[in-house]
Design a protein around this ligand. Structure first.
Ligand SMILES: NC(=O)c1ccc[n+]([C@@H]2O[C@H](COP(=O)([O-])OP(=O)(O)OC[C@H]3O[C@@H](n4cnc5c(N)ncnc54)[C@H](O)[C@@H]3O)[C@@H](O)[C@H]2O)c1
Length: 343
């Protein structure tokens, strides 16, 4: 069977997540790494026994000399577009970490390049592989809760993500970082497109901490078929929250509802001499040395579908439309008016 040789652009936190999967997948190989910071690339290469000849600081050089079949684009949110277009031009399929990109013009440029050069592209909207959403989705498809009618989705991060984890938080937004997942999940569960949004935001807490970005957005989404959802995305949850995310979702249909509240799970609590926490059992962890969790499943899916030729569960249209909804939310919060989403 074919082996997909993967090159990774971006050797940060999530670049390493990709490396674990390509290293683990029986039909994939972590074959090349690129980072503007060559030392970061080298460190990841050494961890996975890649030779120095497969370490690059320029993605174009990796595309030309890396001997790869496909690429994982795992650069910061604002730095996806150029790499994506160059991958398409080089005839390489690619997976982009969410978001697709951060502007309408760049989203159009990526879509055009993918179509023109006939490559395959998936944006890693991994929430669809979480049992917390996949089970409700199946149940909705089976008609168990009738038509999805109203939803409340809160998805926040602790402050540390903006102040310490991401050096580029001020050049992005909690909407690109988490709101993108929220919009995708809601579109998927409602099986519908967002028509109109109204969002209110607040800034100040993170600015005071030296990170010039919005603290929190509260948004109402109106779907074409009539469904409504309220969505909260912030990154000012206190660092003492036992989980990086603070997440809750209620979706009420015409005949039933789901309540999802994973961050209050006390299934596993750990107390050491220096900390008390609730280790992640869903997103990303290791069992007997093997990477497990839904964040890994979506990346596996990309490789599986490249091999089988089957369509990706997340389509290009999903990523494009989600990007357009986020842009409308930002405009609404800025202008303090409801905004119709322009697709
Ligand atoms: N699926 C998810 O839920 C999820 C989770 C975390 C991060 N992400 C996404 O993954 C992406 C990366 O996030 P991260 O936390 O790993 O960031 P990071 O800052 O840890 O790593 C990014 C790396 O990209 C490198 N880089 C920047 N521009 C580059 C370029 N043009 N060429 C090569 N290297 C370049 C940087 O030097 C850095 O090492 C972001 O888009 C983020 O939103 C997705």
């Amino acid at each position: 069977m074919t082996t997909i040789k993967m090159g990774i652009v971006g050797a940060g936190t999530w670049g390493e997540t990709h490396a674990f999967i390509y290293n683990d997948h029986p039909h994939a190989e972590f074959a090349a790494i690129c980072d503007l910071n060559i030392e970061r690339a080298r460190a990841l290469a050494q961890k996975f026994n890649l030779p120095e000849s497969q370490v690059f600081s320029d993605h174009k050089e990796m595309l030309a000399k890396g001997g790869i079949d496909a690429v994982a684009i795992v650069t910061p949110d604002f730095a996806h577009t150029e790499v994506a277009i160059d991958c398409a031009k080089a005839g390489k399929h690619f997976i982009i970490e969410k978001p697709l990109t951060t502007s309408r013009e760049e989203a159009n440029a990526i879509m055009d390049a993918v179509k023109k050069h006939n490559v395959r592209m998936m944006v890693d909207l991994h929430s669809r592989w979480s049992p917390l959403f996949a089970l409700p989705k199946q149940s909705i498809v089976d008609g168990e809760i009738g038509e999805p009618y109203s939803a409340y989705y809160r998805l926040n991060d602790i402050k540390w993500v903006a102040t310490d984890l991401l050096p580029w938080a001020a050049k992005s937004s909690i909407l690109w970082f988490l709101g993108y997942h929220s919009v995708d999940v809601l579109r998927w569960l409602f099986d519908d497109e967002v028509e109109r949004v109204y969002s209110v935001s607040r800034a100040g807490v993170l600015q005071e901490a030296g990170v010039d970005t919005v603290d929190v957005y509260q948004t109402i989404l109106e779907f074409r078929k009539g469904g409504i959802a309220t969505m909260e995305n912030g990154w000012i949850t206190p660092n003492t929250n036992p989980n990086v995310n603070d997440m809750k979702l209620n979706i009420t249909g015409t005949k039933g509802m789901f309540n999802i509240d994973p961050t209050h799970s006390q299934m596993l609590e750990r107390f050491t001499e220096t900390k008390a926490d609730r280790p992640d059992l869903l997103v990303r962890h290791f069992i007997h040395g093997k990477p497990k969790g839904f964040a890994y499943e979506s990346i596996r899916h990309f490789v599986d579908q490249l091999i089988s030729g089957e369509p990706f569960l997340v389509t290009m249209e999903d990523a494009y439309n989600t990007t357009m909804v986020i842009l409308a939310i930002m405009e609404s919060a800025k202008t303090r008016t409801p905004v119709r989403v322009q697709y």
